[in-house]
Write a protein that binds this ligand. Structure first.
Ligand SMILES: [Zn+2]
Ligand SMILES: [Zn+2]
Ligand SMILES: [Zn+2]
Ligand SMILES: [Zn+2]
Length: 400
């Protein structure tokens, strides 16, 4: 099943995006094609639909389990660090404990986000629910900023009133134990995040690993206080921790912004260019307008493909299926591809290497390059009228 609409524009007819999912499934299923597309890519890549569902469910399960583990460990570590603060009265330990509340909020948001993100597309959210991961990263960023303010206030108050410390050795011992546990958790989350391609898990893992260094710094500072008796180091360490926490928050907010705004991810676009370069046929005269966005672990691509103008719908359908299959080969979580086909014009003859073309008006000179900078440009007219050059997504705007 697929939909194609025709639009007449002067002498030019354009076949607009045939949005096609796994041809294998076509007809065998009465559900609307959108919902069948949820795991369309892997049913092509792996064969039996049952196999793919099981692997996908396994991935989702390990993501959720990792999130829950982060939450439980986060609560335990906060309890440990806060009792270390209560025992010693150290502002540096207070700062580290406050930073831990951020981890609890983060892990809680992540558990909710992962549960929501794993839901298949539905009537109300036909693109799926993956974007909620970016949303949770944004809320985390705001929570981190609040924690930083509390630490700063405590540090300044201590600088004014003068710190009073006791039982420092015990406090440092407790924090050291917490830090070892945190390092193990961070390594686990980072690995799981990479394996399941979950931005939320990977970001949380990186965050936890940063905290390990923060705690190491706190222990080092307290050791100085312990050995030299210079108590002013304590609030100063706390303020340093606060500054680091602000940095964490800003990084998270930037990441959330990039994801929600569908920034042009150079890595993904480079990957798509590579696939198109390898799969290119003589009839693929030009690709332009390649864009990609992500919703959780699902990727979406759309692109324009210029082909000989006498190709029929069946032929275009085959090309579309080929592009889709290759873009998602071996990718369990899949996504959608929309190819908008453009009919060739006289100017394309010199750029078209089709051997048996019946409408050729000029000899072939040189094929257009299938590289990211070229195929992400926004308009097909750019090479005919160089002055018409549109913005080049992903190559000029990489700052986001
Ligand atoms: Zn079809
Ligand atoms: Zn943290
Ligand atoms: Zn929904
Ligand atoms: Zn076009």
């Amino acid at each position: 099943m697929f939909s194609v609409s025709r639009r007449e524009e002067g002498e030019r007819a354009t076949v607009i995006g045939a949005r096609i999912v796994a041809a294998k499934n076509a007809g065998a299923d009465s559900r609307p094609f959108l919902f069948r597309g949820w795991h369309g890519a892997c049913s092509v890549g792996l064969g039996a639909e049952g196999v793919c569902m099981t692997s996908l469910a396994k991935l989702e399960h390990s993501k959720k389990r990792a999130g829950q583990l982060a939450l439980v460990v986060g609560v335990l570590l906060f309890a440990g660090k806060f009792s270390a603060y209560a025992l010693t009265g150290s502002t540096a330990l207070f700062a580290d404990a406050m930073e831990s509340t951020v981890n609890i909020i983060a892990a809680g948001m992540m558990v909710i986000a992962l549960a929501l993100a794993a839901r298949p597309p539905d009537e109300h959210h036909p693109y799926g629910h993956g974007k909620v991961e970016f949303f949770s990263a944004g809320i985390e960023g705001a929570a981190i900023a609040a924690a930083a303010l509390m630490i700063l206030a405590e540090g300044i108050r201590d600088l004014v009133q003068g710190p009073a410390l006791q039982r420092l050795g015990l406090g440092m011992g407790i924090l050291a134990g917490c830090t070892v546990a945190n390092a193990a958790l961070g390594a686990f989350l980072t690995r799981e995040g990479r394996r399941t391609r979950s931005m939320a898990l990977a970001a949380d893992g990186r965050h936890v690993l940063t905290d390990v260094w923060t705690s190491a710094g706190v222990i080092g500072g307290l050791l100085v206080v312990h050995l030299t008796g210079w108590v002013w180091a304590d609030p100063l360490i706390a303020i340093a921790v606060a500054i680091n926490v602000v940095r964490e928050g800003v990084a998270l907010l930037r990441e959330a912004y990039a994801g929600l705004m569908d920034h042009a991810d150079p890595e993904t676009l480079e990957f798509a260019a590579e696939v198109l370069r390898t799969e290119r046929r003589d009839s693929w005269i030009d690709v332009h307008g390649l864009r990609s966005w992500s919703s959780g672990a699902r990727r979406h691509f759309d692109l324009h493909l210029t082909v000989p103008r006498f190709f029929d719908v069946e032929h275009l359908h085959r090309i579309h299926d080929r592009v889709e299959t290759k873009l998602f080969q071996g990718d369990l979580q899949g996504g959608d591809v929309v190819v908008h086909f453009d009919p060739c014009e006289v100017d394309h003859c010199a750029r078209c290497s089709m051997a048996d073309c019946s409408i050729r008006e000029a000899p072939f000179r040189e094929a257009l390059p299938m590289v990211r900078e070229h195929i992400t440009r926004s308009d097909e007219l750019a090479f005919v009228f160089p002055a018409f050059q549109g913005s080049v997504a992903g190559s000029k705007s990489e700052e986001a």
